[in-house]
Design a protein around this ligand. Structure first.
Ligand SMILES: [Zn+2]
Length: 108
């Protein structure tokens, strides 16, 4: 699994690896519409409503899996962070310690 950079704040563009998500988000930013239902308007979180937000979260977690391994640049340790946490609030370096360390190259 490739190492991930630390993500702070909600930035779906950084999280989005799949072409589908990149295209979808770019289209939503360009057209200024909800990324899920396409309703027109400027939405800071890319969706128009709680319902679409929840749907987007669900699809993100399906796409990226329930956890992401993120390496703390300072300690070099890799922590397993729930995708939902990254999606909802982002992750700061000081928060990584709360999540379990992934041992690499050993019998983890
Ligand atoms: Zn919507």
């Amino acid at each position: 699994m490739p190492e991930e950079v630390i993500v702070s704040g909600i930035d779906p563009k950084k999280l989005a690896k799949s072409i589908r998500w990149n295209e979808c988000i770019n289209a939503a930013l360009r057209e200024k519409c909800c990324v899920i239902c396409g309703s027109e308007g400027v939405y800071s979180l890319l969706t128009c409503s709680e319902k679409c937000h929840d749907q987007m979260k669900k699809e993100f977690i399906e796409d990226f899996g329930p956890f992401k391994d993120i390496t703390d640049a300072e300690t070099g340790k890799t922590h397993r962070v729930p995708t939902e946490v990254i999606f909802e609030q982002g992750i700061r370096p000081q928060d990584l310690k709360k999540y379990p360390v992934v041992e690499k190259g050993s019998n983890a």
